[in-house]
Design a protein. Structure first.
Length: 215
């Protein structure tokens, strides 16, 4: 009687295209829901004055649209380098999507209370940026998964990119947490800094797949 050979159970992975398709759907729905918050006041009167009075809604919408847009660009650049998706990577991706799907709520809170001024405006702004900080933390989880298993990367991409991007994700988390604290006391200044940072972050995000390739 001979012992039967023991077969190794392969690590279960997911096709990146399925993850991207699901993620794109979540982001598309979330970015569409943002505009629902912008409503005309129910009171009668000067239409131009009423439209101009919606500036907090416009500002909150702009910030959230830009946020989801940059997340989508970053997500696309990330998965352009991934050949398979592990369990920890799936968990990090779901955390990113959790924050994206949740974003319309803090956007509405910000739009409704930014004009109040004082403590309420500060709390609304801090709440908004805490959501963004958690989203940045999700990218730390994703890149740590790649650091632990560089075989998730497509051939031609250096494993060093995972260490670099993990550091950048940590910096982003700390920066957003700091902006949240600033927003508690100076909401408009925090929003201005954030919008400038988002615009500055969008362009490099579109170039990541090219510059990350190993030389």
């Amino acid at each position: 009687m001979t012992d039967a050979p023991i077969e190794e159970v392969p690590v279960r992975t997911l096709n990146p295209s399925r993850v991207e398709a699901f993620s794109d759907g979540v982001m598309a729905i979330a970015i569409t829901l943002l505009v629902i918050e912008i409503r005309l006041p129910e009171t009668e009167g000067d239409l131009l004055k009423q439209l101009l009075g919606l500036w907090p809604s416009y500002l909150a919408y702009l910030g959230s649209f830009a946020t989801i847009g940059v997340i989508w660009l970053t997500h696309h650049a990330f998965f352009a380098r991934i050949r398979q998706v592990s369990g920890p990577l799936q968990a990090g991706n779901l955390l990113v999507l959790l924050c994206v799907a949740f974003l319309p709520f803090p956007t509405t809170v910000l739009a409704h209370h930014l004009e109040d001024g004082g403590w309420n405006a500060g709390v609304a702004t801090a709440f908004y940026f805490l959501t963004a900080a958690v989203q940045a933390g999700a990218w730390i989880v994703m890149w740590m998964a790649v650091r632990r298993d560089p075989t998730l990367l497509k051939p031609g991409y250096s494993p060093d990119v995972a260490r670099t991007e993990t550091r950048q994700a940590i910096i982003g988390f700390v920066a957003l947490a700091a902006i949240a604290v600033l927003g508690l006391f100076v909401p408009i200044a925090a929003l201005a800094i954030y919008l400038i940072a988002v615009v500055g972050y969008a362009l490099p995000a579109m170039a990541w797949p090219r510059r990350a390739r190993a030389v």
